[in-house]
Write a protein that binds this ligand. Structure first.
Ligand SMILES: [Zn+2]
Length: 84
């Protein structure tokens, strides 16, 4: 005999931009995914610092929408131009 019990599992329903809070998931993908936990086809800014770094142990993970990623690219290019 199988004994059944209800379970509650948490699933990722959306991933939002850490700057503007808009969803980073294209609407077509949103409708066809029950769990977006493994979704990684969007901009992410990830940094992890280790021994010898001034930030030893610091970890950063930001999810970004395409618009905010574009603005970040402009900022990076601006910084690069300022260094040369
Ligand atoms: Zn955004």
């Amino acid at each position: 005999m199988k004994k059944e019990a209800p379970t509650t599992t948490m699933v990722v329903k959306d991933i939002c931009c850490d700057i503007c809070n808009e969803s980073v998931i294209p609407s077509a993908r949103m409708q066809h995914s029950d769990d977006l936990n493994s979704f990684s086809e969007h901009a992410q800014l990830i940094a992890s610092f280790g021994y010898g770094s001034k930030r030893d142990g610091d970890k950063f993970h930001y999810d970004l929408c395409e618009d905010c990623f574009d603005q970040l690219l402009v900022s990076i290019e601006g910084l690069r131009m300022g260094k040369t």
